[in-house]
Design a protein around this ligand. Sequence first.
Ligand SMILES: Nc1nc2c(c(=O)[nH]1)N[C@H]1C(S)=C(S)[C@@H](COP(=O)(O)O)O[C@H]1N2
Ligand SMILES: [Mo]
Length: 200
Amino acid sequence: MNALSEGFSGHRAADAVPLPPGQYLTRDFPVLSAGPTPVIHRRAWEFSVVSEAGERHHWDFATLLELGSEQIDIDLHCVTGWSKLGTRWGGVPVDALMEQVGSTAAEHVLAHSYGGYTTNVPLADLLGGRAWLAHEYDGAPLSPEHGGPVRLLVPHLYLWKSAKWLRQLELTLESESGFWERLGYHSYGDPWQEQRYWGD
Ligand SMILES: Nc1nc2c(c(=O)[nH]1)N[C@H]1C(S)=C(S)[C@@H](COP(=O)(O)O)O[C@H]1N2
Ligand SMILES: [Mo]
């Protein structure tokens, strides 16, 4: 082994925290929004999944909760460099929604927010217990600044994929770029591969 690989395999302090490359730790919870914060009450929130065939499946806040919420303990990684570890959320797994939608030929999803923000994610990345419609943060209703009443939460990708004020998941056959992806951000956005920008 050379000196470089020895550094990686050597002892590491017990409290050392593995962070994706190029990230730093933060304890506060920054707010990053590309526009004004829409204030949507839980009772007024409406959400749909639209299939590649144009079929619409609707939920409101009450029918979303009927699908069953779970506690989610995850780390957040923002493409601007900050990571926040050990955050606790409450949310409904996307799996539960897709069970009601049924079979689909779509392999991609374009998430749409109230206010017009969009972001694209492969459908497979929203399944398998890896993505949620989150409505609680730290035991309290999710605040408007952080995307309440309901935001998408896809913690294994950079946080721009976690669309706040979620309004619709559009199932598509081809990958369609969202807001940041059209501006040069990576189509997939894996923090561990440091996929920040197109071409990374
Ligand atoms: N609707 C919407 N969702 C969004 C954004 C946005 O501007 N609008 N910003 C994204 C970006 S770049 C990040 S880093 C996270 C920030 O989430 P936070 O404000 O809760 O920290 O939300 C993502 N989701
Ligand atoms: Mo971000």
